[in-house]
Structures are given as structure tokens and as C-alpha cells.
Write a protein that binds this ligand. Structure first.
Ligand code: HEC
Length: 164
């Protein structure tokens, strides 16, 4: 009888834990790549063409909407990735795009162009764990074209040179 009670409590306990973790899972899956994060990026000022690319390959590190894959909990790997995400976001938070000054945007777009030309982003140590984050050459070209177009918009060619 006592043994049965104990088993029952164990079941209740297990159910409570399961409930707790599923709840936590729902909270922490917010910010995973997908339609809702793509929509957040569009709202942040990116075109519907580039937003899905940024969502897929950049937003895990360059946005406040990053997700937490299971391997993030492994020692060593979690350290490396957490560091990448932290530094990446501090450097450029895509969800802040509208708030960045014209000068900062020019800086970001210029470095984006060069990072894409040299296949530096996303970092290799990242896409090895996340093969779907690797940019296809087509996506890389679309993103680069977008950056070049933005730069043209921000730096009108017909502006008179500053006289000194
Ligand atoms: C694994 C996380 C991660 C991903 C994914 C990632 N970045 Fe980065 N990115 C970083 C880190 C870390 C830095 C270095 C920041 C610093 O200098 O402190 C960086 C730097 C940059 C720079 C600055 C130039 C340079 O080469 O240092 C640009 C531009 C950039 N990222 C754009 C992108 C774009 C565009 C994507 C998607 C195609 C992307 N990043 C994906 C982490 C990431």
C-alpha cells in the first residue's frame, strides 16, 4: 500500500515536471527561425526578399530573437556559440535596423558586402553544426545585391561633393 502511494506520487511528480518543461519549451522556442521571426525582420525594415535569408543565416547571432538549439546546453560548444551570439548581437542587431543612423548603416552594409564576398558569414564553425544556416550562392548573391542597392540609396551618386 505504501509502495503504491509512492508510485502514485512519482507519477504526479513526473507529470508536473513534464508540464513544466513543455511550458518552458514553448517559451524558449520563441525566436526560432521561421515565419514569425521573418515577419519581425520585415517589420524591422528588411525587404520580404532578404528577411527570410537573414532569418535563416544571420538572425541567430545578429538579433535579439535568437533561438537555443539543444546542443547549446553542451559544455564547450555552448561556450563557443554563446560567445558568437553575444558578440554578433552586440556588433549588429538586425531588429534595431531602423534605429541605426545613416552612417552606421553604411558601415554595416559595406562590411556585409565584404563578409559575403569572402564567405565569412555565417562563420564556418557555426554552419558546420547548422548546415541549413549556410548561405546558398543564390541567397548570398541576393543579400549582397540588397546591400549594394541600400548603399546606393544611402549614398546618392548625384550629391555634390563637400567643398573645403
Ligand atoms: C554564429 C553566429 C553568427 C552568425 C550566424 C552570423 N554572424 Fe555575423 N558576426 C558574428 C560575430 C561573432 C562577429 C564579430 C563581431 C565582432 O567583431 O565583435 C560577426 C561579424 C559580422 C560582420 C562584420 C564584418 C566581419 O567580418 O567581422 C558582418 C557584416 C556580419 N557579421 C554579417 C553577418 C551576416 C550578413 C550574417 C548572415 C549571412 C551573419 N553575420 C551571420 C556572428 C555571427
Amino acid at each position: 500500500m505504501k509502495e503504491m502511494m509512492r508510485t502514485r506520487w512519482r507519477i504526479v511528480w513526473a507529470a508536473a515536471m513534464l508540464f513544466l518543461f513543455t511550458g518552458a519549451g514553448l517559451v524558449f522556442t520563441f525566436g526560432t527561425r521561421g515565419p514569425s521571426r521573418t515577419a519581425a525582420l520585415i517589420a524591422s525594415g528588411f525587404s520580404p526578399k532578404v528577411a527570410p535569408i537573414l532569418d535563416q543565416s544571420c538572425a541567430d547571432c545578429h538579433s535579439s530573437l535568437s533561438h537555443r538549439p539543444w546542443y547549446r546546453n553542451l559544455p564547450v560548444i555552448s561556450g563557443v556559440i554563446a560567445d558568437d551570439e553575444g558578440r554578433g548581437k552586440r556588433f549588429l542587431d538586425l531588429t534595431m535596423w531602423k534605429q541605426y543612423s545613416r552612417g552606421r548603416k553604411i558601415g554595416f552594409l559595406t562590411s556585409m558586402e565584404s563578409a559575403l564576398d569572402h564567405s565569412e558569414m555565417p562563420p564556418q564553425r557555426y554552419w558546420i553544426l547548422h548546415p541549413d544556416a549556410k548561405l546558398s550562392s543564390q541567397d548570398s548573391a541576393s543579400l549582397r545585391q540588397w546591400a549594394v542597392d541600400q548603399l546606393h540609396g544611402l549614398r546618392p551618386v548625384n550629391r555634390r561633393p563637400v567643398s573645403n
